[in-house]
Write a protein that binds this ligand. Structure first.
Ligand SMILES: C[S@@+](CC[C@H](N)C(=O)[O-])C[C@H]1O[C@@H](n2cnc3c(N)ncnc32)[C@H](O)[C@@H]1O
Length: 265
């Protein structure tokens, strides 16, 4: 607890990142990784093997950009440093250790950016119409543009709709329906992919595509996914990831993800 409190105080964060709990989530993710890394090993190996498979065929390996870099649990910093001259990590929040690493190594650059474009608008969301209007506005904008030999979107796609949905539910004091949630997740996913397609360089995207909750007897109690078109990308592989075994997130259920990886030129 003391360690976590110190990390909370010293992790550099914008006011938006603090306000919407990114610091807390970043530190929780790190501690979940510590608790679950043994069970996450097949997932981590799949991420790293997919990355190396794509890197092997790159015509040039000067620069890499990682969107949603977080703690780089999935593609560790040493793999990036071994394969590229210049490394750019992009997230709303970067852990303290990456700030230190960037100070010591001029090949590493941190970009602090809202890649979903919604964070400054969350307070204005008072109805589903507001959220649909925001989605329409975001669809017409370029939210990010990067140029690199490889641009990785690392388990970010499914995250982008979460805060806008949460903010709206909190304001309306009621849950969105599953159909509404699917439509919003699809829209944020499509916007991310559109911006990614417009970046220059080869892309690698991996993301959770389906979630399954199981009760202590191992029976499915919920399964959900939302449609997104990966047009222009080639599917490389898919795998299962036990994100939270029983008793990690709850004593009543475990959480599993189906992860898919895609690449494009
Ligand atoms: C599941 S984690 C990614 C894990 C990471 N690829 C790794 O190797 O550990 C998702 C990351 O997306 C970031 N994120 C969520 N919403 C974001 C946004 N709107 N803009 C930029 N980053 C965002 C979170 O801060 C978090 O670090």
């Amino acid at each position: 607890m003391i360690r976590e409190a110190i990390e909370m105080i010293f992790t550099p964060a914008t006011s938006v990142a603090k306000k919407y709990g990114f610091v807390y989530h970043s530190i929780s993710l790190k501690h979940r990784f510590e608790r679950c890394k043994k069970i996450w090993l097949p997932h981590l190996k799949n991420c790293q093997d997919t990355f190396l498979q794509v890197v092997k065929d790159l015509p040039q390996k000067k620069s890499v950009v990682v969107l949603g870099s977080a703690h780089l649990h999935e593609i560790p910093l040493h793999l990036l440093v071994d394969n590229f001259e210049s490394i750019t990590l992009v997230d709303v929040i970067h852990p303290l250790k990456h700030h230190w690493a960037a100070k010591r190594n001029s090949r590493l650059k941190l970009v602090t950016q809202d890649l979903g474009g919604s964070l400054h608008e969350l307070e204005n969301l008072k109805s589903l119409e507001d959220l649909n209007q925001l989605i329409q506005n975001l669809s017409a904008k370029q939210l990010f543009h990067f140029e690199a030999d490889l641009i990785v979107s690392g388990n970010l796609l499914s995250q982008l709709a979460l805060l806008p949905m949460e903010a709206l539910e909190k304001y309306m004091k009621k849950d969105l329906t599953l159909a509404e949630k699917d439509q919003i997740c699809t829209a944020f996913g499509e916007i991310h992919l559109k911006n990614l397609r417009q970046c220059s360089g080869q892309k690698l995207i991996y993301t959770d595509r389906e979630v399954t909750y199981r009760n202590p007897q191992g029976e499915k109690i919920y399964q959900g996914s939302y449609p997104v078109s990966f047009d222009g990308f080639t599917k490389l592989r898919e795998w299962d990831w036990i994100l939270a075994p029983l008793k990690e997130a709850s004593k009543d259920y475990s959480i599993e993800m189906k992860v898919e990886a895609y690449s494009s030129k």
